[in-house]
Design a protein around this ligand. Structure first.
Ligand code: COA
Length: 180
């Protein structure tokens, strides 16, 4: 299940990730448009990492890949994949620690995961982000996703109603972009 890109290793979460995972999940900038409980105490990070490390990436449901920077083996974020039953559709989510943003790591990590999913027969990748999350929308569009629609949701963790933009990337478009 491990995915290698030029600078990154996408792998299962490990116990050594707990402090860095708790740190970026507790950063208000990273959490701003995510539906997380925030901040994330170390004990909760330990429980979550333990739970993530037992999940099977081939099964339906969310599987978070830890993003490890090869040069120093540090955890810099995660790409989470929610495979729908049947394996034809999957939703993606992503986070990068604030001090590691702006270096192309999210683009590289998400592209690596998409490559793996489409090779395994995925037909459509989808992603949603808060309409105010312009960095995330820009990233999705750079990767080839196209805007589908907007819908309104109540985010329990933030106690607010907000608009989400939905994006999609069909396998046919991925194949064209990959060939360019
Ligand atoms: C959205 C988010 C994941 C982007 O992460 P990132 O690692 O900064 O993204 P990238 O570095 O790949 O791209 C960001 C910018 O860096 C630029 N960049 C810098 N170096 C680059 C490189 N070597 N290769 C590619 N792009 C590079 C990109 O062009 C892009 O520029 P733009 O924003 O002007 O379009 C990050 O801001 C984040 O974690 N936000 C909080 C969590 C969140 O909201 N997640 C999304 C929920 S839907």
């Amino acid at each position: 299940m491990q995915i290698e890109t030029s600078r990154l290793r996408l792998r299962r979460f490990l116990p050594c990730d707990i402090p860095d995972f708790a740190a970026y999940r507790s950063d208000g900038e990273v959490a701003r448009y995510q539906n997380w409980d925030f901040p994330l105490p170390l004990a909760s990070a330990r429980r979550l990492v333990g739970e993530y490390s037992r999940r099977d990436p081939a099964r339906p449901g969310w599987f978070p890949y830890a993003i490890e920077l090869k040069e120093d083996a540090s955890l810099i974020g995660d790409v989470a994949v929610n495979r729908h039953p049947g394996g034809l559709k999957a939703e993606l989510g992503f986070s990068i620690a604030r001090e590691r943003q702006g270096c192309g790591y999210a683009s590289e990590a998400v592209r690596g995961v998409l490559g793996e999913l489409f090779t395994q027969g995925l037909r459509t990748a989808v992603a949603e982000c808060d309409v105010r999350n312009t960095r995330s929308a820009r990233l999705l569009e750079h990767l080839g996703f196209t805007y589908v629609r907007q819908h309104s949701v109540f985010v329990r963790e933030k106690r607010e109603r907000t608009q989400l933009s939905e994006f999609a990337l069909p396998a046919e478009r991925w194949a064209v972009l990959k060939g360019q």
